[in-house]
Design a protein around this ligand. Sequence first.
Ligand code: NDP
Length: 604
Amino acid sequence: MNDQTPLKKPIDKKALLAKYLAERDKRLREDGNAQYLNLEGNLAHYAADPHTPFIERDPVTDHVTFAFVGGGFAGLVTGARLAEAGISDFRIIEKGGDFGGTWYWNRYPGAQCDTASMIYIPLLEETGHMPTEKYAHGPEILEQCQRIGRQYHLYDKALFHTQIREIAWDGEQSLWVITTDRDDRFTAKYVGIGTGPLHVAKLPGIPGLTSFKGKSFHTSRWDYDYTGGDARGALMTGLADKRVAIIGTGATSVQAVPHLARACKELYVVQRTPSSVDVRNNVPIDPDWFASIATPGWQRRWLENFTANQTPGNMIEEDWVQDGWTDLSRRIKARVATLPPDKRSLADILSVWEDSDFEKMEEIRDRVDAIVEDKETAAKLKAWYRQLCKRPCFHDAYLQAFNTPGTHLIDTDGQGVERIDETGFVVAGKHYEVDCIIYASGFHVGTNLQSLLGFDVIGRDGVKLTDSWAQGMRSKHGIHVHDYPNMFVVTPTQGANLISNVPHNLTEAARAIAAVVRHAEEIGAKEVEVTQEAQDAWVDLLLTGPGASLRNAPDCTPGYYNNEGKDPGPAAALAVGYPLGAFAYFRYLDDWTRSGKFEGLTFT
Ligand code: NDP
């Protein structure tokens, strides 16, 4: 522990750590990820699309230059950058009924970005859209996705409500053959994969879940026909006479609960582990201010400012975004700066980080006391773990919702719901009768690749991607994979790995991919592929960094950030980013792309 910098208020660190460990131990379970249920078989109806009717169509059997799996931000920005590079023969294959990915599915009331709109929403400058709020709400972000789709003509060839069955390399023709669940069988010179890490919804493994006779749905399939209201926050009048339970208190629930509290006759917020909920301070964006900063290149400058603020060792003066993420990193950096130069080893830095974390979490716990009137409820809403053990939340109405008459916190003391029956749910032996159960139980993360993608990619000589990556992802830049020519993966992992602003990773990857494809087309190459040596060298470089040590921290309370407290196996060591941090990575990738040499790739 660090003795150099005094804490703002005295904290008994030993006692606090003991409390953190006791709270973790309460929650550890043998079954880890296996506790969750897939939305298949008799639960398949939970996955049905409530937003867009399914339209029958004939199978597609043509050829496109570029086929991309996933119509969220990754596919949209890749399509846009390719269009700018002159490649317009681009097809997105998407399981939803429109573009938007996360923002297509998640239309629960209150859905809002948690990273500032100015840097979170992609291609603002290119589309000329001014975000209306510092943290825009879901419908505005979905509209931006559709705007990108229209502006870059990405709708023309898109296949919606379509899921890939298989993508297989035909080495004789240097083409990918793509088959889908709509009996499509078409070819593409290039393929891209950007399905995102959180697109497979899961249900909690609560005994008796299927016996419930009332209404139930997952938050990513919100049923406004039942609740009334809409995604823009109109009052859900259908709930005025209803007793509703929402199970789960993660980032989704934190945003939805204030809306439910306003609408329901009785609301039961069923908690297994509290989220840390810091201030949000959302404000409208002033058009005059926006006009004054929106000069050419503005969004890239904002992205760089945010990323520089987030990157260790990079103490920059200005913080344009000024939110919970930059506050977190700036306060750690400020503490490190107070250390004498000979006391800045990794252990010293981790120690001041711990102090800073204790302080922040105390502030967040004090905030609960300041807002929640009932002292017992307030005590139960306090999070006892380090801030990055779970997704940090920010909201100005969540804690306040527990002061609303009719809103009840049902804390399960880390044990979860005991069982569900025909009329309601049971916690600690007590039965609660409800009309509706809403599952805010999250998404599968970190399970095997095929179950996440829902298909396999068969590369050169019949090599399956699931086999190639059985011991963990191997790539160069998180984009190029040896044995998978003309294939590009769009993900933060093995690139910048900037988790506080995922879209930044995607837009930079898209820029690099467009440059590679344009070069291949210009020189008439049939195939582009990373060499085995270049891929191995990149993976070796990644392994020299501090790695995923914090995210997989064994002393954290279980959750998807740390594989539910289970040893994540060797694959987790490879779920990392560039050792010098995100800022340096983006600079490096830009240089790599601009040099025009595309070092490590072969064009044949
Ligand atoms: P999470 O996985 O974060 O939360 C699931 C919740 O369900 C947890 O509170 C979990 O408790 C609870 N739960 C699971 N099983 C049981 C059970 N048997 N009984 C009672 N409770 C149970 O899912 P979310 O949808 O909230 O968020 C997923 C991710 O999506 C976020 O972490 C974030 O990355 C992203 N997101 C981003 C937003 C944004 O950027 N604006 C908004 C919303 C989500 P426990 O914690 O104990 O496991």
